[in-house]
Design a protein around this ligand. Sequence first.
Ligand code: ADP
Ligand code: MG
Length: 706
Amino acid sequence: MEKEVKDFDILQEFGSNVFNDYTMRQRLPKDAYKKLKKTIEEGKELDPDIANVVAHEMKEWAVEKGATHYTHWFQPMTGTTAEKHDAFINPTPDGKVILEFSGKELIKGEPDASSFPSGGLRATFEARGYTAWDATSPAFVKKSENGCTLCIPTAFCSYTGEALDKKTPLLRSMEAVDKQALRIIRLFGNKTAKKVTTSVGPEQEYFIIDKEKYLKRKDLIYTGRTLFGGMPPKGQELDDHYFGVIKERIASFMKELNEELWKLGISAKTQHNEVAPAQHELAPIYASNNVATDHNQLVMEMMKKVADRHGLTCLLHEKPFDGINGSGKHNNWSMVTDDGQNLLEPGKTPHDNVQFLLILTAILRAVDLHADLLRLSAASAGNDHRLGANEAPPAIISVYLGEQLEDVLEQLADKGEATHSIQGEKLESGVNTLPDFQKDATDRNRTSPFAFTGNKFEFRMLGSTASIANPNIILNTIVADVFKEFADELEKADNFDMAVHDLIKKYVTKHKRVVFNGNGYSDAWVAEAERRGLPNLRTTVDAIPALVTDKAIKMFEEHGVLSKAELESRAEIKYEEYSKVINIEALTTINMAKKQIIPAVMKYEADLACGANQIKEAGVEPSVQLSQIKDIDEQLVLLKKAVAELEKINSEASLMDSDIPAQARFYCDKVIPAMNAVRKPADILEFLVDKKAWPFPSYGDLLFEV
Ligand code: ADP
Ligand code: MG
């Protein structure tokens, strides 16, 4: 019998766990509300008196929701979120407590956070780190059966003011775009806009599997991905999962996930099955870059929590399973003015929208000049399995513009001016009862890493686990940098129209090479890109140096986004993180092979041998048994040898920590192949051994029995 769906009053519940603008307006004294709002909008410092009023009201509201604790919720350089909970209690002389929360506690925290990675920015004896309230992202309560906590989004800096988190540089980069984009639109006569904000809508892919089966896989538990497992007879080749009917169990998970997200003010909008079996996607409606980044962290956290409540496990790793698609994140990005203009809106006739053409040219230039940084922004050990494989864009950065824009740019480059824009034709379905409609001027392209999709760019290289902060810090800064260059030149031009025209023509011609509208997944493109001189940084270790080139340091410092020391520390953390991930994978591979696979195979082999002897005693030649034993033994020998080799290489790697980049390189070039060499015979053995004898669930069990 079908259970009836419980009602959820979305209008009532949306944002109910957020101390949002609506709640602040309702609850704060008028004057305090106005001042706070001004602070947020103008990015000014908050008056301490107002902070006290806001803190008090925030606490009252949170306590009504059931909160006992508050936390400064921050995003250290690990890419996850961190929280240290403090109770609101303050003892009174009569042995009781009152609940208090001051403006000071709201604005500033000082977690002893010496165990967060700082990449040498802070020695452990200088453990002071400060968290500072980011009033542009509203506070919220995290509620569960096990308690309720008021979470205050904060930035995290060292005693000396260096950013130790992802939020601080993200906010700095947003300010950089704001400043430079305003200069550009002023040149085109906009006098009303006071602010330009980058907006982001991240589409999040993930896998859902059965929790009981998950718990039987040490690789999934320790590394988030399977290190062993042969493909079942069926994978994704029939394309029958993509957009398919959502299974009841998954639907009930999605329903609860949506409700939890809506309560947190996250506008989860789209959900569907993805290409691989057991893979799904969620997309929210876009929000300001900073809020979208916080929200994406919460989406990932909620996915895991809610899955768990349903006896499921959510896998966010970029490549949980070999042989089928992995998971990514699409970062839809645009720039919007506070007077309501999307700077990436081309209009119907882009050829005569000069402001748009200039902005587009700036983005092309930014992407071409800093392709290495964009590539780096999506780099991680996990994502290395996707980029360049057959399912995700290659590690080469190129831009897809579509027919219409490419045609306009071609006119500009060839003739010096663009006189027309290709228009969408009528789509005729051939069925009289279906309405004909106007097609878009441009089709979509699913294989481009950086695609223009109507009124936004979609950066598609991101890995599914990563915070979206880094890609946006980089995207914002490189665009701000070219805006600055253009504004510097145009502001001093005698003839603005001529100067804009020349600038567009010059740079379209120069950076055309980064535009590519074809199939980004093809080998032909890899060769073509090489001819064009576009960088192809295949692995994370190849990409990390981009962060500390002179070009990068100069740019990040110029816009006050990251200092040289901050960049160097981030590069160091990236190397270390990479090495640690591969080391854990190698150790898990060794552990599973030695403690699970080899013993199970030996036992099965011995059972076969006993059986063979019994058959022989019965007077029959056990030829099948013997040949099976032989096949198994061959692979077992290979496996044993490969494990010994991996152990040797991995311990060599662990001794190299005096040279962090060289160590990461060694993990990449030596340890990963040694791991793959263990997997190969093990995966063959899986198919030579009785299913019942195999020590953990198979791909088939994990992917198709949810
Ligand atoms: P598509 O199907 O082209 O990927 P969708 O309309 O499904 O586009 O949007 C994907 C994501 O892009 C959603 O999160 C959506 O809110 C976001 N998005 C749409 N317009 C913009 C914009 N102007 N700026 C940033 N993100 C946007
Ligand atoms: Mg998309």
